[in-house]
Design a protein around this ligand. Sequence first.
Ligand code: GLN
Length: 485
Amino acid sequence: MELNSLTILQLGEKLRGGELTSVALTQACLERIAVTNDKVNSFITVCADEALAAAAEADALLAAGDGGPLTGIPIALKDIFNTRDLLTTCGSKILANYIPPYDATVVAKLRAQGAVIVGKLNMDEFAMGSSNENSAAGPVRNPWNLERIPGGSSGGSAAALAAGQVSLTLGTDTGGSIRQPASHCGVVGLKPTYGRVSRYGVVAYASSLDQVGPLARNVEDCATLLGAVAGYDPLDSTSVDTPVPDYLATLKDGIKGKKIGLPKEYFIAGLDADVKKAIDAAIEIYKQLGAEIVEVSLPHTDYAVACYYLIATAEASSNLARYDGVRYGVRKDEGEGLIGMYQQTRAAGFGDEVKRRIMLGTYALSSGYYDAYYLKAQKVRTLIRQDFLTAFEQVDLLLTPVAPTPAFKIGEKADDPLQMYLSDIFTIPLNLAGLCGMSIPCGMSGEGLPIGLQLFGKPFAEAEILQAAWAFENATDFGGTLAPL
Ligand code: GLN
């Protein structure tokens, strides 16, 4: 499907030039979804009628010469975003029937800019996972190799792009959930600085870490979508009131003279040989582009996974207390009395990984263990953030691998949660530090699986990251292509 491989800039030109209507483009997306979704399982909900109605409205705006870069462009959203009158399951049985009465702020912003929401994307239940195997809607398959995981938790968001189902998707990243699936599916994904994008109306997992961000098939589209959703929101007290730069204005400025740091703790013995080769080649390209490469140290990196899985589970255990069979979603009434109803509802509604994390988090917060685990983890978190801030006194950006290996096989780590958690080693520290980072394609493994490289930036330096990402994309020909489905 040729239309589905175009960038949104190219699509926008066709829409504005009268060569293409949003209705026709939306229909093409719906057809592509219809023929590929049984293989990839990236969509939980497709809202064809609503999408075609929104597309017709966008066409009216375009015909009048109005609208912006997103007007008439189909987009799909991770099923974690509340969408008014549209099923929002968060990949869980407990929300199998949940139809929100309101839109998340980012959803409202997209609608106001004329984007056409075509559906909701598969994900690990409550965004807990690195492989998209923890979904009540079944696993997502990597479009590059259907036996492999697409990454998680925004696996549907990355797979839908690689499969050519849509050109833009929105995900969330609590410990790598945008960057890691982007890397495994050969697409681009950006995790903004904590506070850059509103979390209002986004189902909470670990509130001090969760952040919303864009995924796309190229850097320019990613920058456009970030600009469309970023900004202060009075409904989210953690969003920061600092102006949103024009990310496109500086995108092509190059990276001559910029200092890029390589944190030595990220170049470890366990790194897959293909990943190492691709990252080493990327470093050479950055040198040729005029960047200065220096080695730096983030000495507390080793503690990040343990620290994250204490803080994230503690916050999750608290956030998920709200699913009690009364306020949201599914209710099981067979139990005895109120407590019995809670027990039945939660036992039937949550999957194994979510239950594991609620138990871990509740334990870490319980009296007597709070100081030993939760409080200690918070202190370690401060040290990890400090590592980054110290490194950024010497360099403008950091460059690392995204994941230690290319996409692993479905089922390979499903019975070994610790191995699964350890695969997050390169993405988690950034969330603990609250900074911004991005994954961009930088090669393919010998087995034909995409490999991503990661760029980290200073607080609110998304524009700089995008600039460095664009320079790399423009100098190479990785990414941008659809998986041969
Ligand atoms: N894999 C990590 C986890 O399972 C990160 C998930 C995320 O970023 N939402 O918690």
